[in-house]
Structure formats: structure tokens, C-alpha cells
Design a protein around this ligand. Structure first.
Ligand code: ADP
Length: 262
């Protein structure tokens, strides 16, 4: 689907520029609101009802600022700083963050294949992508269920594909994030990577999570694919290129599954 991908890219860029511009001005406004509120509350007793109203307004502004910064980073298409990332450590570090983000009702399980390769990517973006996927999983499970993160090595052969979409031949780390949630209809599945597509209630979803995941993975020369059916949960699979240093010095690992190929 070269066409769809191209159009998606152009659309994302246009919307990204627009969103980035709005977010920037919006952020300036929020900062002036914050400044005024802080000044207004300066001489108030912390327990007074007036001060509590100001604190409420400040926290609403704070939420707005978070949304604006999300839009801003989407619009800015921040340059990535890819480097060799020890995949196992990255997952170890982020599991604590993920479990506090998804709450106690979600059981997080990680399985890491032996001799897992390292990836060449921007670690902050990998973490943000996983956080986005985990939050979506939590929402789809209504806060209760199992989130499995499975990491393995994958070799894509010439002519190989992942989930029916072409992927450059090479060696990748495959990160599969599976939830036991509602799953998606094919109609929803077709649109999930579109910026601003959301089925969540107003104020709950921005529709930017998967668009950002898509953008980051593509920028990293990787690939993302989703398997989902209503009632049987969802698996989002990221393919991220392994570090080239290792590619040259290590032979192909025999336990790496071969995807596609002829
Ligand atoms: P948002 O989470 O803000 O809605 P996303 O781009 O992350 O934005 O997701 C877009 C839509 O894709 C969601 O509103 C939801 O309908 C669907 N979706 C994403 N992840 C899942 C999932 N794990 N299970 C079911 N539906 C999902």
C-alpha cells in the first residue's frame, strides 16, 4: 500500500505543522494564564476557598499544557537521536513506569527471548511508544486485564512481509504488545494510525497516540502492524532495526524466526 502510506505521510506532515503552530500559541496563552493565577493566589491563605479555586484552575491549565506539548512534539517532528539501545535494560527500566501508568488492575507480563538483539533507535521515543500502547491497552481493558510485552529477534528476508505490509529485508527486534481488551472492528483498525482518529470520549483521547507511534517507527526505519478482532484483544507489533554494529560482527542467531521470504 505505497499509496496509502504516502498520503498518510503528507497528511501527517500538514496536520503536524498546523497542530504545532496552534499548540505553540496556545502554550503562550497558557503561560500567561498561569502567571496571572499564581500572582492572584500569592497572598491568599492556602485553605481559603478562593485559593482552592485558583489551584483547580492551575491544574486545568496544567492539563492543557500537557496536551499542547503533546501536539507540539507531534508537529515539530522532533529530530530523533537514534543510538544503540540495550533492549533488555530499556524494558526493565520502563516496566515500573508502565505499571504505575496502567494501574493495579492490569497485570503486566514481559517475555524476553534469549540473546535478544539491541536496537538502533531513540530510547525516549521507544519509551513513549510503549507508554502510548500501554495506555491504549488499559483503556481497552477498562483497567482490568493482562498486558503482555513479548520481545524477540526477527529476520525479514527479501520479499518478506510483516502483517501483510512490506518491510525492508533485515534484522529487527520484534516488540509485541498484547492486551485482553475489547479489540477493534476492521473499520476502526483501518483508521487507527490517522492523526486525530479516536473513539474515546471528548477529553479522554487525542487520537494522536498511534499516529505518533507510527511516525516514530517509520522515522526509525522500522514497521508497526496491528492484529485485532472485536472480543479477542489486540496485539500491536513493532519492528525496530537492530544495531548495525552487531549486524556486522555477529552471525545470525539460529533461534530468530524467519518472517516471510522466498
Ligand atoms: P487515543 O488513544 O487518544 O484515542 P490513539 O491514536 O492511541 O488515540 O488510538 C486511536 C483509537 O484506536 C482509539 O480511540 C481506539 O479506538 C483504538 N485503539 C487503540 N489501541 C487500542 C487497543 N489496544 N484496543 C482497542 N482499541 C484500540
Amino acid at each position: 500500500e505505497v499509496h496509502a502510506t504516502l498520503r498518510q505521510g503528507q497528511k501527517m506532515e500538514a496536520i503536524g505543522n498546523l497542530a504545532g503552530g496552534i499548540a505553540h500559541d496556545f502554550n503562550n496563552l497558557l503561560q500567561s494564564i498561569t502567571g496571572s493565577l499564581q500572582l492572584a493566589g500569592r497572598h491568599m491563605a492556602q485553605e481559603s476557598p478562593e485559593y482552592r479555586r485558583i489551584a483547580l484552575a492551575l491544574s486545568a491549565v496544567d492539563r492543557g499544557a500537557k496536551l499542547a506539548s503533546q501536539l507540539l512534539s507531534f508537529g515539530r517532528r522532533q529530530p530523533l537521536e537514534p543510538r544503540a539501545v540495550h533492549t533488555g535494560s530499556l524494558i526493565g527500566d520502563i516496566v515500573a513506569i508502565l505499571s504505575s501508568a496502567v494501574g493495579e488492575g492490569v497485570d503486566i507480563r514481559t517475555t524476553v527471548a534469549p540473546d535478544l538483539w539491541n536496537i538502533h533507535a531513540d530510547p525516549t521515543n521507544v519509551e513513549n511508544a510503549l507508554l502510548n500502547l500501554a495506555m491504549n491497552a488499559r483503556d481497552a481493558m477498562n483497567g482490568h486485564g493482562t498486558l503482555t510485552i513479548d520481545l524477540s529477534n526477527a529476520v525479514i528476508e527479501r520479499g518478506g512481509s510483516a502483517g501483510g505490509v512490506d518491510l525492508a529485508p533485515g534484522e529487527y527486534v520484534r516488540i509485541a504488545v498484547t492486551d485482553t481488551g475489547t479489540g477493534m472492528t476492521s473499520d476502526v483498525l483501518e483508521q487507527v494510525f490517522e492523526p486525530f482518529f479516536t473513539t474515546k470520549a471528548a477529553g479522554r483521547g487525542t487520537g494522536l497516540g498511534l499516529a505518533m507511534v507510527y511516525g516514530f517507527v517509520k522515522q526509525s526505519n522500522g514497521h508497526v502492524t496491528i492484529e485485532s478482532k472485536p472480543g479477542s484483544g489486540t496485539t500491536v507489533i513493532l519492528f525496530l532495526p537492530r544495531t548495525s554494529a552487531e549486524t556486522h560482527t555477529q552471525s545470525r542467531s539460529p533461534e530468530a524466526p524467519v518472517v516471510g521470504g522466498s
